[in-house]
Design a protein. Structure first.
Length: 138
């Protein structure tokens, strides 16, 4: 996880998550231990989760914040493409910390990606909210 303080009200944390397996073992009613204390699972489920990049950030406070757009490139120098169809809703004006999350499932294995977050005010003013963050290849 990379955490950066940026601007007047930003703590940006970016977590990049790759290919993952999750294993869930569920014991049905009547589950019993085997001999020698060995456990027997009656249901086992495994999921192959698609690779994704996850951006998480928090704000300490917000003033007239309409929302955020996410931009991505395969090069640190760009060009960057807007990834959000609609902005992620902001909290307007608040003194309370807010947490945000956006996941990119449209990634290619073996490809580095670069992201930045852009804030949008209620008046429509846009400004880069974060530095460019590298998400290493999966």
């Amino acid at each position: 996880m990379k955490q950066i303080s940026f601007g007047r009200m930003v703590t940006l944390a970016v977590i990049v998550i790759g290919l993952a397996w999750s294993l869930t073992v569920v014991a049905n009613p009547g589950f019993e231990s085997g001999q020698d204390g060995a456990q027997e699972a009656t249901d086992v489920e495994a999921k192959d989760e698609a690779p994704k990049n996850t951006l998480k950030w928090t704000t300490a406070s917000e003033v007239d914040n309409f929302g955020f757009d996410i931009f991505r490139s395969d090069s640190e120098d760009g060009p960057f493409e807007k990834m959000t169809h609609d902005p992620l809703p902001g909290a307007g004006t608040t003194d309370e910390p807010q947490a945000y999350l956006w996941e990119d499932f449209d990634i290619n294995k073996g490809q580095d990606y670069y992201y930045y977050v852009e804030s949008i005010s209620m008046a429509g003013v846009r400004e880069r909210f974060s530095p460019i963050i590298k998400a290493p290849a999966k």
